[in-house]
Structures are given as C-alpha cells and as structure tokens.
Design a protein around this ligand. Structure first.
Ligand code: NAG
Ligand code: NAG
Length: 775
C-alpha cells in the first residue's frame, strides 16, 4: 500500500526530480511592515462580518463589498468612506426552516453574499446562501444608494448552500458561469452556465470528483483566431484523482475549460457541456512528494498583446500538513490551450474486477475532435453548433473528459516559494522600471492577514516586503487591484483594507532604496528621498536587477553620537536594520565585538550591562547585506561611549534610550561641527590663495580616504536617524527573523519537519509507469 502510493506520487511529479538541489525553498521578505493605522485605509461596519465578495466598479468610483446580510458601496479612492449600503436578511420563517434541517441558526442560517458581478446594463447580480436556500437578485446603484430590484431568483447551482463551501464564478456576456454544489447536502458539484440555455457538467466522478473550486477566468480565444475558434471559460480546482491507482485518496490540481458557444448535445449530453475538458496542473516543489493544491489563480494579460501571451499566476499550498510552504507557479495560456486542442486523452480500462485504471488513449479519435469548440473545420462539415455534433464525438467526451498530459509551469518550477503563513489570494500588475524593463509584481494575500509584494527577477525570487494590513492574523479572502486608482484592496472576514502599490518613503537612505529592489521606487538624489517612479520627473537611482549601490551619492558625514554611562550602569545602543536579509554586527574601537554577559546583541541594537572602564570606546554597528556574491556593508550607527566615574545621578545615561532627548543635542553638536568646518575651510582656502601651503598630491590615498569618508558618511546619516527612532519604529523591520535568516539558508525559525514524507529517492525509471501501458 505504501509502495503503491509512493509509486503513484513519483509518477505524478517527474519534474520535481529534475530541479536543482540548491533550489531556493524559502524566500524571506526583505522588509516586514508591522500593522499600523497608517499603512492602509480600512473599512469595517460594527456588527457585520464575512466580507467575502468584492467588486470593483471603477465606472462608478465604487468598491462594492458583499458581507453577511449586507452589501456596501465604498468610495474607491478611500474605502473608509461608506457611500451606501443595503441589507439582505433572511426572514424568521427561513431561519426556522433552516434550523429544522439541522443547521446552526446563528451561523449557517444567515445570508452570506457570495456572488457579486457587474451586468452589461450597469446593474449588479448578487447571490447569497440565504439560510441554506441560495437566491439571487439584481441590484442597482443610483442617486447615492443601492437598491435591490424585482423578485429573487433561484440560486441553486449558482451559489453554494453551505457558507463554508468553496465556490467560483464569473460573469461573461451577462451569463453567470458558476462552480459550486447544486444541492443541500453539497454532494452534487457542478460547473454551470446560467442563461436561457443552461448547461452543466455530468454527475460522474470522471467529470468532477469531490472538487474544491478555486477560481475562474475568461479567455477571448476567438480574437484573431486562424481556425475560427471560440472564447473559453477556464476553471481552476483541485479534486481526488480518478487516474491514480492508489489506495489512499490523492488530490491533484486541475484546470478545466468549456467553450462559450456550447449549447449541449442533441440526444447525448443534452443540456450538458460538450466541451468540458480537464487536465492536471503541476507546480513541482522539491520538498514534497504529494502534489501541491491550487488555491487561487490570476489571469494576467498585456492588453497590447494577443491572448496567447496571457499568463495564469497560480497559488499552490501543500496537501499534507507536514509542510508549511506555499508556492506560485506561472502558466502560459498557450501551453494549456495546446494540451486541450491537440493533446492525447486518458481512458479508463477495467483491470481485474471492480478496478479501473486510467491510461493514455491511443486509439482512433472521432471527428470533430471531442471537446473542441465549433471551429471553421467543423463548420465546413456542416456542423455549426454543438447540437449538430455526432453521437460518437459526444459519447467519447462523456467518457473521457480527462487529458493525458499535465500542464507544466513556465521554467518548470515555481516563481516564488515561501514558508510560514499559507498563501490565499494573488493579483499581479506590470510595471516599467527605470531602465524601461517590464516587471510583473505579485501581490499575495496570506492566512495571517499579510500582503506580500514579490518579483521574480530573471529566475531569482525576491519578496520586497510583507505588510501586515490587518491587526489580527485573519485570512485574506479577496485581493483586487484597480488600475484606475492604482490601489490594492484586500478583504477578510473582519473588514477591508486599501493600500498603495508602493510606499517608497519606507526607505530612508539611498542604499535602502536601491537594495529594496522595488521597481516602483527610485532615489531622488536632489531631494534626498526614495520616491514613486511615476510621480517624479527627475532621473532616479534604481537598480532592481544588478543592485548597484555604488550609484548612490556619498552622504554628508557627521560625528558619532556621544553617550556616557557610569560604572555599573546599563546602556542600549540602538541600530535597527532596515532589512531582514541583512546581518548586523558591532565593532568596538575598530575590532569585531564578541558578545558577552556585559555586551548583549539584540534585535535592534546592543545592550551594555554593568559597564566597566573596558566598555568605553567607539562603537560601530555594521549592516551587511548580500546580493549574489557581492557584499554591501553600511555603518548603521556610531557611538562614542564614555565611562563617567562620577557615578549615578551626575549626567550618566540610563537604560531606556527612547526616553532620552539626545535629538537636540545631536543637532546642536552638528551645528557646532558645521560652523567649525566652515571656519577651517575658509582658513584653508585663504592659505592656499596666499600660497602659504602647497597643494597636496596624494591621489591614491585620497581615494581611499574618500571611501572611508563615504562609509563614515553613511553611518552618520543613519546615526542621525537614530534620534528619530521612536517615530520610525512602526515602519522599520521588527521581525523575529531579522538577522538570523539569511535568504538562501533555507529558512530558520521553528518549522515543522517537512521531510516526514520520506526521502526524495531518485527513481527515474518509474516516472511514467502509467503511460507505458497504452491500449
Ligand atoms: C465569518 O466570520 C467569522 C468571524 O471572523 C468567522 O469566524 C466565520 O468562520 C466566518 N464564516 C464564514 C462562513 O466564512
Ligand atoms: C485598466 O484596465 C482595463 C482592463 O482591465 C482597461 O480597459 C483600461 O484601459 C485600464 N485603464 C488604465 C488607466 O490603464
């Protein structure tokens, strides 16, 4: 049994074995932005929960939010501004009926708004679970208010009965395509089109086998089609694999598609899809033998290009709880479309009694090709609609909707992997960086209420930042991007949040701005600020791929901050790192400092305890960040620590540095130093002018000392920042990963052992076991 299961698994993941050993399993976000009231605009209504559907109405300037028993219209520019709302509650009679059927009146017997789509006439189509009796209504927005129109329609097959059940839907040309369960028990899964000519899938395990629906997408494949093809609707889901001859249930990810013009068959497949084809989707992740399962998919298209260039960015999570890795794989629509239009089918063959094996079908395929949309070729044979299709074609597709070949991601591996909070939603935007190159920026919602912003630079995974948008770790259930407002909208059970695509001001130095590798941000060396690329007319410093920090201008230098402490006293020297990928180390009088009971390294600084005269000296905090084989060192802070023998109460420092007001004294010091410098320079200039001094000729040395000066200058910039630490605290990294996790290290932190599935043995000869047995 164990052997069979593992054989099956090896057959499923041939590509996994081909991945390089050093494949980067965990990508640590460079910056962590803790929750703060300023990092997003938020909406929540007292006593209302489960904001589970979201619709962008850019034409009306609204974000429409469906929740439990209510729909809200919010200002798209600022969602904390509620413009209208309308209630949709269930009647007491309905609650009683629902309760009578054994459901919980406080949770299940409510109306959860699950479906929210725009109609072509500008109205909206809204469906709710309605106390286990789904219904749909039309809703319009006019004169600043939302109104439901007309009588409710039956929502069976459009919206789930059970609010905890997964579903997916899309509106195409005013027809609702829905993937949900059709009955009260949740045992009849369907992919359905709801129009005058309603169509659905067969109730057969070869069509849908305990599916969990993830998302749907429309592809305009009729556009510029050479063979007169039709538009398609894609469905992403996971289900128990019928083709796996395992004793244990094995779940796999799937993509299925139907043709928009499908009308069902005349006799066979009457009022059923004649074009339902599905296949497996692989996202090979090295650490697991069980296939990863699809959670969400985002259709990314460049409007200037053909649909063939569209990409599905898809989230996967493990099916066993021994791993906490999530992944994003990207698929070319053309690769998927090719498998459906010209790939081989799978067919069931009985082996022994009551056991069916699915193998590749190599017999004759009827014409027109089963599952194909009506195209020019079919039309030339006089078949102009699916109702004209011959029984042979229809019977074939009824029995064999599964394709043999699985879909592989672009590059054969994930574009992003991350341990920790499970990925839930994804949305992708394209941005042109300062070099005129296009980057796809992924925004990913997680179960912990965070949004990750990530890029794959030529195969290299990079998470720019992780923002805690919600206060409690609640799963993000909706994530949308408006190209009109340039804002991102996230929804959870407890509320909604809105944030910009980039907050460049989080980088306070040019170094940090460049190392952040955010294609939206660049350093303005005139203003000395990290700014949004498209908001600036100036030439900005940005280097997202090469990460060339040497482009940054030198920073003016300042003196080390002077701190005094009495013998036996305690002192904290602060040095927060802007990056989780950086290592922080300290020097005392230019020598590497070894931590001891007296000198303790902390997350954001150095703690001097029970000081003695040995602790006096010049302290320097070095922040080292790696990029490929390069190492960038910047001085994070510099302190001159003096031991004041006069004892306590005579001007010595105390522990809590935040409470101190060393800001003004630093400023005063700087002013003094500045004045002195100006005076000296003037004196020097006068002497040169008068010829009292020869001009120095020390080219090489000059360079060196210039470098040294630059380094020190970096330090002083950050040192000065130290004075405003308290204010910046919420913006600057503060994660427990900081410092200890070094990008490629494979992830620190308390993680469960992900090797429980057994070692990944090399079994190349067993990879395609199933495919050898053809008929
Ligand atoms: C609704 O929200 C509450 C509060 O977060 C949550 O506990 C519950 O599971 C949600 N119900 C559904 C059906 O999503
Ligand atoms: C936003 O995207 C839509 C399609 O999703 C497109 O029609 C529109 O032109 C875009 N608007 C802007 C301002 O880019």
């Amino acid at each position: 049994m164990c052997l069979l299961r593992s054989l099956c698994v090896f057959w499923l993941l041939p590509l996994t074995l081909m991945l390089e050993e050093d494949s980067q399993l965990d990508c640590v976000p460079r910056r962590t932005v803790p929750y703060h009231s300023d990092n997003a605009l938020r909406f929540r209504e007292e006593g209302v929960f489960n904001y589970s559907s979201m619709l962008l109405r850019e034409d009306l300037g609204l974000l429409v939010l469906g929740s439990r028993e209510a729909v809200f219209a919010l200002d798209l520019k600022d969602i904390s501004n509620k413009i209208a709302s309308v209630e949709w509650k269930v009647s007491q009679q309905q609650v009683d009926d629902c309760k009578h059927k054994g459901k919980d009146p406080e949770t299940e017997c409510k109306n959860y708004i699950r479906i929210l789509h725009k109609m072509e006439d500008g109205r909206m189509y809204v469906c709710g679970t309605n106390a286990f009796d789904p219904e749909c209504k039309y809703m319009s927005y006019a004169g600043g208010s939302l109104t439901f129109e007309g009588a409710a329609e039956d929502g069976k097959g459009k919206c789930p009965f059970d609010p905890f059940q997964n579903y997916a839907s899309i509106m195409v040309d005013d027809s609702l395509y829905s993937a949900t369960s059709m009955n009260f028990l949740g045992s009849e899964p369907v992919l359905m089109r709801n129009s005058e000519a309603s169509l659905r899938t067969e109730f057969k395990s070869s069509w849908l086998n305990e599916p969990i629906f993830a998302s749907m997408a429309h592809m305009p494949e009729s556009e510029q089609s050479d063979d007169g093809d039709d538009d398609k609707v894609y469905l992403f889901f996971s289900e128990a694999a019928v083709e796996c001859d395992c004793f244990n249930k094995l779940v796999v990810s799937r993509v299925a598609r139907v043709c928009k013009g499908d009308q069902g068959g005349e006799r066979t497949l009457q009022r059923k899809w004649t074009s339902f084809l599905k296949t497996r989707m692989d996202c090979p992740v090295l650490d697991s033998q069980l296939p990863y399962l699809i959670q969400d998919s985002y259709r990314w298209c460049d409007l200037r290009l053909n649909w063939k260039d569209c990409i599905f960015y898809t989230i996967f999570t493990p099916q066993s709880d021994t791993s906490d890795l999530s992944a994003v794989c990207a698929y070319r629509v053309s690769d998927i479309s090719k498998v459906f239009s010209s790939g081989k089918y799978k067919t069931p063959v009985p082996v022994e009694t009551s056991f069916v094996k699915w193998v590749m079908y190599s017999g004759e395929v009827p014409v027109p090709r089963p599952g194909a949309c009506i195209n020019n070729e079919a039309r030339s044979e006089g078949i102009t609609q699916t109702l004209d299709l011959p029984d042979r074609t229809l019977q074939f597709i009824k029995d064999k909707p599964l394709m043999d070949q699985a879909i592989q991601p672009i590059g054969g591996r994930p574009v992003l992997m991350r341990r920790g909070a499970t990925f839930t939603r994804i949305t992708v935007t394209q941005v042109e960086d300062a070099d005129g190159e296009m980057s796809h920026v992924m925004f990913i919602g997680t179960e912990a209420g965070t949004v990750l912003k990530a890029v794959n630079y030529d195969g290299e995974m990079f998470i720019i930042e992780e923002v805690h948008v919600f206060q409690s770790p609640e799963p993000i259930k909706n994530l949308k991007f408006s190209n009109v407002t340039g804002q991102l909208y996230a929804g959870s059970d407890l509320g909604a949040a809105q944030m910009p695509l980039a907050t460049c001001e989080r980088s306070l130095t040019c170094w940090d701005c460049v190392l952040a590798r955010d294609p939206y941000c660049g350093w303005d060396s005139v203003d000395g600020r990290c700014v949004f690329l498209s908001s600036s007319q100036r030439q900005l410093i940005q280097s997202v791929k090469k990460v060339d920090v040497s482009l940054c201008p030198p920073v003016e230098r300042t003196e080390p901050v002077i701190r005094s402490i009495w013998p036996g006293g305690n002192l904290k020297l602060s040095c927060p790192s802007p990056s989780n990928l950086a290592k922080v180390s300290w020097e005392q009088d230019k020598k590497a400092l070894t931590p001891s009971t007296r000198l303790q390294l902390q997350q954001d600084g150095l703690l001097i305890l029970n000081a003695s005269v040995n602790q006096a000296g010049l302290y320097r905090c070095l922040i080292v960040e790696h990029f490929k084989d390069k190492e960038y060192t910047t001085v994070g802070a510099e302190y001159q620590v003096q031991i004041d023998p006069r004892g306590p109460g005579k001007g010595g420092d105390v522990l809590n540095p935040q409470a101190q007001t060393d800001g003004p004294s630093v400023a005063g010091l700087q002013a003094g130093v500045g004045l002195l410098l100006i005076f000296l320079l003037a004196l020097l200039g006068w002497n040169f002018y008068k010829g009292h001094l020869p001009l120095p000729c020390i080219k090489k040395k000059e360079q060196q000392s210039q470098q040294k000066l630059d380094r020190e200058a970096q330090s002083s910039k950050v040192t000065y920042r130290d004075g405003v630490t308290a204010e910046n605290k919420h913006l600057v990294s503060d994660t427990p990963h900081s410092g200890s996790n070094n990008n490629h290290a494979g992830g620190g932190g308390p993680l469960p052992d992900s090797d429980n599935d057994g070692p990944a043995v090399n079994l190349p000869s067993m990879q395609y076991i199933d495919d050898e047995s053809e008929i």
